[in-house]
Design a protein around this ligand. Structure first.
Ligand code: ADP
Length: 390
């Protein structure tokens, strides 16, 4: 049940939020602050509504303030003053934060339209999640959750992974090159098997570092996903060509069933990477003589591209988790197959960056990995800043 359905007053609502935040400090702020204001509008008397309640704002666990007409702080807690480096009461939102976007957000909340956004406050250089909710009596509640430390930690982690992967590329390609040169020479079978082992493991390391680099680029928004209107079939055929040799070696029949007129809103490079990752997996897990098929369907305003295989399928308990980094349904086998454990995490991030999503359905007869993307008629909601960790 949403938190605020239970709350009967501002005081109670604040204590409910406080309890929730103490129980789980890293959880996002409750989604239904708008519900809080609606509920207070219904429940509080006009006298209660018009009286400022600074003691309740003080009890708030996050930097919070009450805003009234003129977009001025009528009350603010010590955490808010500390965040904004000065006393806020009596100052306008613009004076206290020097942030136009936040000022406009507060104006909208005073007019009855709550909002939630992430922004950087220029005067203090801090990144916050701002939640503005209309309150009775033409006032609004403004909560600013400080995300600066969290963002910094995310950046440090991302930069470390990107730098480490980048630095590893040169030694790994030197090892691969040396192993290949040795394999071209006349060496006895015992030595050859060791060199082959080195070559195989070096190739695995190369894949791992390049996948890690791709993931951190995606997260940092350095991989600019640019979606446009494209025909689905040529992109599917292009991806199938890239994996055809591997499929032929394993005697796997490749097929495609996509209507030539089917269009989607996608980034062709991102879509090709998604399909190659899914096709690679499908070929890897399907036994010799099996079949792998790419399907394209429309579903309302969206397009679903699927990769079907006739492999062993994935147990239901693993299906929710295989899109996480390094999660493997069959640990030993997946490692010996040389996978990085990152292929599906990249698929998920790339689908999200194009305004879509990815998923799987699987049973004993095989698996269907799908990507749902906007059709050309739908309004594009494309974002490339993936904050959620896979
Ligand atoms: P990996 O490099 O291990 O293949 P992925 O992220 O691509 O990493 O896949 C994660 C796990 O999902 C794999 O280790 C495997 O257990 C499972 N998986 C992925 N695709 C398939 C498939 N088509 N059939 C069966 N299992 C699959």
């Amino acid at each position: 049940m949403p938190l605020f359905r239970r709350a009967v007053s501002l005081a109670e609502a604040i204590s409910v939020i406080r309890a929730a935040l103490i129980a789980n400090p890293s959880a996002p702020l409750p989604d239904d602050l708008r519900e809080l204001s609606a509920s207070l509008q219904r429940r509080e008397s006009p006298q209660e509504a018009s009286a400022p309640r600074p003691e309740l704002i003080e009890a708030f666990p996050e930097p919070a303030g009450l805003i009234e007409g003129g977009c001025r702080f009528a009350a603010g807690n010590a955490a808010l003053d500390q965040l904004l480096s000065g006393r806020t009461v009596g100052r306008t939102v613009l004076q206290a934060t020097r942030c136009d976007v936040l000022h406009e957000c507060a104006v909208r909340a005073l007019a009855g339209a709550g909002d939630r956004l992430e922004l950087t406050l220029p005067n203090v250089g801090k990144t916050v999640q701002a939640v503005a909710a209309p309150l009775p009596g033409g006032r609004a509640l403004l909560v600013l959750r400080d995300l600066t430390a969290q963002k910094r930690a995310e950046t440090v982690r991302r930069d470390f992974i990107a730098n480490a992967s980048h630095e590893l590329r040169t030694p790994v390609s030197a090892i691969t090159g040396a192993a290949e040169t040795l394999l071209d020479m006349h060496v006895d079978d015992g030595v050859r098997s060791f060199i082959e082992l080195i070559a195989r493991q070096a190739a695995r390391l190369a894949r791992l570092t390049s996948d890690l680099l791709d993931l951190s680029r995606l997260e940092a928004g350095v991989w600019p996903v640019e979606a446009g209107a494209f025909e689905v079939l040529p992109i599917c055929e292009g991806a199938l060509e890239l994996v055809r040799e591997r499929a032929t070696q394993k005697g796997i029949h490749l097929g495609v069933d996509v209507a030539p007129e089917l269009m989607f809103r996608a980034d062709p490079r991102a879509m090709e990477q998604i399909l190659v990752n899914l096709l690679d997996n499908a070929i890897k897990h399907t036994p010799e003589g099996g079949r792998v098929t790419v399907l394209g369907d429309s579903a309302g305003a969206q397009i679903i591209v699927s990769v079907l295989d006739t492999g062993p399928g994935i147990e239901p308990r693993h299906q929710q988790r295989i899109f996480e980094r390094f999660y493997r349904a069959d640990n030993g086998r997946a490692r010996s197959d040389g996978g990085s454990g990152l292929g599906l995490a990249i698929v998920k991030h790339l689908a999200q960056a194009q305004g879509g999503e990815a998923g799987v359905e699987s049973g004993r007869g095989g698996s269907r990995f799908w990507v749902r993307l906007p059709g050309t008629d739908s309004v594009l909601s494309c974002h490339n800043n993936v904050t959620q960790n896979a």
